[in-house]
Design a protein around this ligand. Sequence first.
Ligand code: B1M
Length: 211
Amino acid sequence: MSIMQNISESLQKGKAKDVKELVQQAVDEGVDAKNILDEGLLAGMSIIGDKFKKNEIYVPDVLIAARAMNAGTEILKPLLMESGVEAKGKVVIGTVKGDLHDIGKNLVKMMMEGKGLEVIDLGIDVPAEKFISEAKSNSAQIICCSALLTTTMGEMKNVVETASKEGIRDTVKIMVGGAPVNDNFCQSIGADAYEPDAASAADTALSICTQ
Ligand code: B1M
């Protein structure tokens, strides 16, 4: 079995310690960090997602897989980030109200930091008002909203509307993302940008902040 398959299988079994060791081993063998993320960790998490959907596994299984995923990404974090870069802009990020998924949001944060942006992480279950007040007090150029549930993605519209009510809609851009979100949805709620993955989100954020 290849090391990538090993990482994927250990993640699916929720073996955080093994995932950590295998990721470190892959790094030591010179495997590119992005490949380890895509072909090892995210490949495993994708299988977990399919099994969860088919009711073959349940919430606790997903949680321990998520913990193993985090153990792996912790090792990759410094490698996915460029070192020694000055802050090129300021971003506020969070998972919207009612939504507790944070793995994707954390990856977006990591990639944005890797581009030299300062990222203020509001965590999960973040109400619209909190996104706005934090963007205001930190003079952020972008509010980044993540949602993983079809039942919570509508909260992004509240963020856009609250930004307008609070008078910051012209000064702050709003970027949205997460598995159920797409460009049509982004446009329908009047947000400024949608990106499908963490790397593209970081590229777009950098270009907004430096334009
Ligand atoms: Co949840 N869950 N979950 N879950 N969970 C999904 C999302 C689901 C698709 C599973 C399924 O049915 N196949 C389903 C949603 C269905 C729907 O709404 N249509 C679902 C459900 C139903 C639920 C619960 C309701 C289950 C229950 O309790 N019965 C519950 C809801 C809790 C809540 O939030 N209120 C729930 C709970 C959980 C756990 C807590 C167990 C756990 C989360 C742990 C954690 O995050 N710390 C969990 C997990 C892990 C998943 C799956 C398996 C994996 C999600 C994930 O982390 N993917 C997921 C199934 C799946 O996605 N295949 C599922 C990896 C991650 C890297 O991808 O977050 O999409 P993602 O991020 C990507 C892009 O979307 C993008 O970049 C990332 C990578 O490049 N991106 C952005 C994300 N945010 C962005 C922001 C941007 C730009 C890009 O700009 C701002």
